[in-house]
Ligand binder design. Sequence first.
Ligand code: HEM
Length: 461
Amino acid sequence: MTGAEDRSPRSRPRHLLPPGPRLPGIIQLLCETGVNWRYLQLLRRRFGPVFTMTAAFHEPVVVVSSPETARRVFALTRDDFTHANATSSLEGAMDGRSIFFIDRADHQAIRRALAVPFSRRHVAGDAAPLHDLIRRAVAKLPERGPVALVPFGERLATCVVVALIFGGAADDPRNEALADLAVAGLERSGSFLERLSVLVPPLQRLAWLNPYKARHADEAGRFATVIAERVAARRAEGPSADGPVLDRLLLARWSDGRPLDDEEVASQILALIVAGNETTASVVAFAVRWLLMNRPILEALRDALDALGPEPSADALAAVPLLQAVCAETLRLSPPTWSVENRRLRRPLDLGDHVLPAGTRVTVSPVLVGRDAGLYRDPERFDPSRFLALSPPPHEQPAFGGGLRLCPGLWLATLEMRLLLAELVRQRDLTPVRRTRPMRAGLVVVPSHGMPVRARPRVRA
Ligand code: HEM
């Protein structure tokens, strides 16, 4: 970082930003909405690894797309950047005191509250019940009709996050009922207008267009009420220091020493559920999509899983190198988050060829870093073998972001996607039902139509 802190971020002069496309803002917006990797790749070829996008209704955002520039962004300290909520597309999804829109010591306090329950160790300790839940859910899939993998994975992921937050088993009826309300309240139609509303902040004020407010206002309302009731009940019972996420949030303090009130706790819970429900489902659905397009890899994965015997443990499954590599390769080519965007510079940032002024919104592009030809040979090819002996750092594989805002759900999502993909491949013969393509659903990219497959039970020799 260079220079002194600028406390008026909007004062940044536009001509100081790196070059970018001159297309009308509305066309740039439509290109973003259409999830067109090739458009992004074209921009990178034309302007280099750092370029500015100026989509209509948004302030300009500087896209960073090489491992080296991503590394510099992820190295930013609390004094170097703040969150970017002013015109961020996240704004429609979360409210003002959630983890996404707090800063410095307040942000640190919430991250601290999440650290233990979301840690690698804690998550690994819950692997057996998680595996059991997933195994039973896959066994119950319909044998004939098509199954849409995105909604299926979404409900599972939501049950798991709800259990982590409130305690108890993921298939505890209270947790399941809350997860169902969450899924219904957050459901989207996937219509073009609805997707556009995520990117156009003024449209989010029209309730019927806002995917997070419109679709099922009743369920969303009841969902908020149930969360509020459970938060209040737990506060009355007395939270415990080694309890689930809810207890830790109830015991947390803001930087001024004040505890979070019930609404602020509920706000963190909503953020966790929204952030954790579709992302994991998307990766598993994309992994199946890639495997169906690369049958020999699917067969090799199945053989590796079968070699563990009829009832492998969660640990044994999750440790299969090819399974891990397939998930990593899917995250490289099909990261569910279009951009890692929640950053606004407080101070100028030196990226080598460009010095970005204070106030600039900066986003790392996982899909461009993942397709960086200098980093990955033959980058368009789905080739999990490249990850068999490699575990890349966040700036080379930024699907989970990096630095101070690195996704706290990383370990949970990693274990969950490995186990879900393993059980789908072990238990079922998967065949595609129709052509799918990547599309935006809210803030996340998913295969279109929910990735429908036929999932016949496997007949073993
Ligand atoms: C494959 C699944 C997932 C992917 C690819 C993913 C990706 C991301 C990314 C890219 C970010 C932004 C990081 C940054 O700005 O550097 C993020 C943030 C976040 N994610 Fe995830 N995520 C996943 C699953 C989850 C799960 C399961 C949870 C929790 C249950 C979760 C909770 C969050 C939260 C709370 C943040 C905000 C962190 C902060 O601002 O400090 N995510 N995630």
